[in-house]
Design a protein around this ligand. Structure first.
Ligand SMILES: *Cc1c(COP(=O)(O)O)cnc(C)c1O
Length: 421
């Protein structure tokens, strides 16, 4: 988080005091650093520069078209999960030949849209999906490039909601049936088998699960070769963790030190799908203290951002550092919960945290909010979704404006029969 630094009492992002942006934009809002995103991307791609590779940023981590544009301008690709994400990718002028498309529930319409857009490949998650893609490709008189998503049955040792490569997960094909499924795919007229895909989970803080999973899919590729099925791409997915609190995940260079020797023995083009590691620590959520209160001896800091704006603490019990935007003069601390305005007891940003003695109107930075922050936000409690702001050096740019009340009812309609009386 090098670009988030205190100068004196003030938290800066790059060369701007966060407080200055807040006074202009109002709160709450997401704030991203252009230079941090770019730096993280370059560190990742440099770590793997010895092997032919393509980095497909996992769009679901942060899908603002301005953020996508940063990757695209650097020559990166995108990993998408829906037709909507494809639309965003194309709006940001992504090269379709650098787009890979995963997800267990692709619809016929989404498949058609992706085929017409000529994306690089589908990462297929079931036999039925394979048949549907074959059919749609025939309809369009084209061939669909595919990789099968293989579930290597490796425990990523992460939160159970974000573990995706265990044998009882809904994702991909069990590695035990993989050869059979590949043989089936090979026989389909409108399918061009080009790769193997795996993605075992998110916020992984060790190298061993990556190494295990990569070794397993390389062995699979060897077996496939013997069966006459030659693939070109090995997609090793995303999932590298970041520091939220006291985790010490491997640096991309450390991961590369383990993976490059294994991967460089092969002739495959390696696809990576990092999300969180690129944008997670490149963004914060800025919120304001509305009220402080005490119930039965417990302190509450009520802020103007809630679980609809940032759901990670509620959904995953995630730890997010809470920092003052302006450090208070007094050094006294309190233990408090930081809670939002939503009518749910699960609406909190931090629990039982030792914090500065925040007062009404103080600004708070919720750290490490650049990934799975805005993209998971909603309008619950009819709250307008917050703006997203990108900082570069001493300039800031609103890359999504704050929603207004009219946005809340966009598309809604009262039927005629309810209009009388
Ligand atoms: C979510 C996802 C990713 C990105 O995961 P991170 O933990 O953010 O790196 C990559 N690939 C697939 C298929 C995903 O679903």
């Amino acid at each position: 988080m090098d670009d988030f630094q205190y100068h004196g009492q003030e938290l800066f992002l790059e060369k701007i005091p966060v407080q200055k942006i807040a006074s202009e934009i109002g709160t709450p809002f997401y704030l991203y650093s252009y230079n941090t995103i770019l730096n993280h991307l370059r560190v990742f791609t440099n770590a793997f520069k010895e092997i032919p590779h393509l980095i497909c940023f996992a769009e679901k981590a942060n899908s603002n078209i301005a953020v996508l544009r940063i990757f695209i301008k650097e020559g990166g690709g995108l990993d998408i999960i829906s037709g909507g994400e494809l639309y965003r990718a194309l709006q940001a002028s992504a090269d379709p030949q650098k787009i890979v498309y995963a997800g267990v529930g692709k619809t016929r319409d989404e498949i058609r849209y992706a085929l017409k857009s000529n994306i690089l490949m589908f990462n297929i998650e079931s036999t039925q999906e394979l048949f549907v893609i074959d059919e749609v490709a025939e309809e369009l008189n084209t061939k669909a490039r595919v990789a099968l998503r293989i579930n290597p049955d490796v425990d990523p040792k992460t939160h159970r909601y974000i573990a995706t490569g265990l044998k009882d997960s809904k994702f991909g094909f069990s590695i035990a049936n993989a050869v059979q499924e590949y043989q089936l795919a090979e026989r389909l007229e409108n399918i061009d088998v080009v790769g193997i895909h795996k993605h075992i989970g998110s916020q992984i803080t060790q190298t061993a699960p990556f190494v295990d999973a990569v070794e397993k899919i390389i062995s699979l590729a060897d077996v496939l070769k013997k069966e006459g099925i030659d693939i070109k791409y090995l997609n090793v997915g995303g999932g590298l963790g970041i520091t939220y609190n006291d985790e010490s995940p491997p640096h991309p260079k450390e991961l590369a030190a383990e993976l490059v020797p294994i991967l460089s023995k092969t002739n495959y083009t390696i696809i990576f799908e990092p999300g969180r590691v690129i944008v997670g620590n490149a963004g914060i959520l800025v919120t304001k203290v509305l009220y402080t209160k005490m119930n039965e001896g417990k302190n509450f800091i009520v802020v103007d951002a809630g679980m609809n704006d940032f759901i990670r603490p509620s959904l995953y019990d995630s730890y997010q550092r809470i920092l003052p935007v302006t450090k208070p003069e007094a050094s006294d601390k309190i233990t408090a919960d930081v809670v939002g305005p939503i009518c749910e007891s699960g609406d909190f940003l931090a629990k039982d945290r030792i914090l500065p003695n925040f007062q009404k109107d103080n600004l708070i930075a919720v750290m490490s909010a650049g990934a799975y922050g805005f993209t998971m936000s909603s309008n619950y409690n009819s709250r307008c979704r917050v703006p997203e702001v990108l900082v570069k050096d001493d300039q800031h740019y609103v890359i999504r404006k704050r929603e207004e009340y009219t946005d809340l009812i966009k598309g809604e309609k009262i039927p005629e029969f309810l209009n009388h009386g």
